[in-house]
Design a protein around this ligand. Structure first.
Ligand SMILES: Cc1ncc(C[n+]2csc(CCOP(=O)(O)OP(=O)(O)O)c2C)c(N)n1
Ligand SMILES: [Mg+2]
Length: 241
C-alpha cells in the first residue's frame, strides 16, 4: 500500500544543501498524522551532514518517531573538502546516535547490500519504529559539477583508480552474468527502455508550468498568517505584471 497524500505531492523543489532533511522530516510526520503506510526518503552527500538542517531533520524525525529514511551518500568529499576535515566523528552513521535513531553504515559500492539495508530500513520505519539514518560509503567518478570543478586538484589518480575497481555497476553486472541472470541483449533493451523513460520525463518536466514564488509560500502553514499573506500578495502582483 503506497498511497501518497495529494497535498504532499506538490511541495516545491529547493537546492539548499541539507534542507531536504527538514522537509523529509515534515513529510514523514505528515504521513504519520494521516496514517499513510509510507516512508519519506531523502538523500544528501557527506557535505550535507556539515549543515545545521541535517541535525534538525534527524532530531525532529526522531523526536516524533516519523517514518523517514535519511541517506547520506558519503563519497569522501564536499566538492573539494575531504570528509575528515568536515567532522571529528569517525563515521557519519553514528550521528544518528545523538538523535536517538539507528545509524547504519553500508558499502555503497555494493548494490545488493544497499538494497538490503534500504529494504530493512523501510520495513522498520513503516511499521512505526521511527526514522533510520543510512551512510553509504561511495565515490564520485568525476567532478562535483561541470562548472569548473577539477577533482585532480584535490584527489590523486591512484585513489581514483582504487575506487574505479569497486564500480557498483560493473560489480552487479559481473555478479548477474556469473549467475546467468543477465545478458548483453537484455542490457541493450533495458538501456533503450530507460532512455525512453528519461526522454518522457524530460518532456513532461519541460511542459510543466513555471513555479511561482507566491506558490512556494503557500506550503509553510495550514492557515497562512497575515504577514505572509501580505508577502504572497506582493509576489502575486509582481507575477501578474
Ligand atoms: C547551505 C548551502 N551551503 C553551501 C552550498 C554550496 N554547495 C553546493 S554543493 C556543496 C558541497 C556538497 O557536498 P556533497 O553533498 O558531499 O557533494 P559532492 O561534492 O560529493 O557532490 C556546497 C558547499 C549550498 N548549495 N547550500
Ligand atoms: Mg560528497
Amino acid at each position: 500500500g503506497n498511497e501518497y497524500p495529494e497535498d504532499l505531492a506538490a511541495l516545491p523543489p529547493q537546492i539548499i544543501i541539507g534542507a531536504q532533511y527538514v522537509q523529509a522530516a515534515g513529510v514523514a510526520l505528515g504521513f504519520k498524522k494521516k496514517g499513510a503506510k509510507n516512508v519519506a526518503y531523502t538523500y544528501t552527500g557527506d557535505g550535507g551532514t556539515s549543515q545545521g538542517d541535517f541535525y534538525e531533520g534527524i532530531n525532529f524525525a526522531g523526536a516524533y518517531q516519523a517514518p523517514a529514511i535519511f541517506v547520506v551518500q558519503n563519497n569522501g568529499y564536499a566538492i573539494s573538502v575531504p570528509r575528515a576535515v568536515q567532522t571529528a566523528a569517525p563515521t557519519l552513521a553514528q550521528k544518528g546516535l545523538a538523535a536517538g535513531i539507528p545509524g547504519i553504515q553500508v558499502d555503497g559500492m555494493d548494490a545488493l547490500a544497499v538494497y538490503l539495508v534500504m529494504s530493512e530500513a523501510r520495513k522498520y520505519s513503516v511499521e512505526g519504529n521511527g526514522p533510520v539514518l543510512i551512510e553509504t560509503l561511495t565515490y564520485r567518478f568525476g567532478p562535483h559539477t561541470l562548472s569548473g570543478d577539477d577533482p585532480h586538484r584535490y584527489r590523486t589518480a591512484d585513489e581514483e583508480a582504487e575506487w574505479e575497481k569497486k564500480d557498483p555497476l560493473v560489480r552487479l553486472r559481473t555478479y548477474l552474468d556469473e549467475k546467468g541472470l543477465w545478458s548483453e541483449e537484455q542490457e541493450e533493451a533495458y538501456i533503450e527502455e530507460v532512455n525512453e523513460q528519461i526522454n518522457e520525463a524530460m518532456k513532461k518536466t519541460e511542459q510543466a508550468p513555471k513555479q511561482k514564488v507566491s506558490e512556494y509560500l503557500q506550503n509553510v502553514f495550514v492557515e497562512t498568517p497575515p504577514t505572509l499573506e501580505e508577502q504572497i500578495a506582493k509576489f502575486a502582483a509582481k507575477e501578474e505584471a
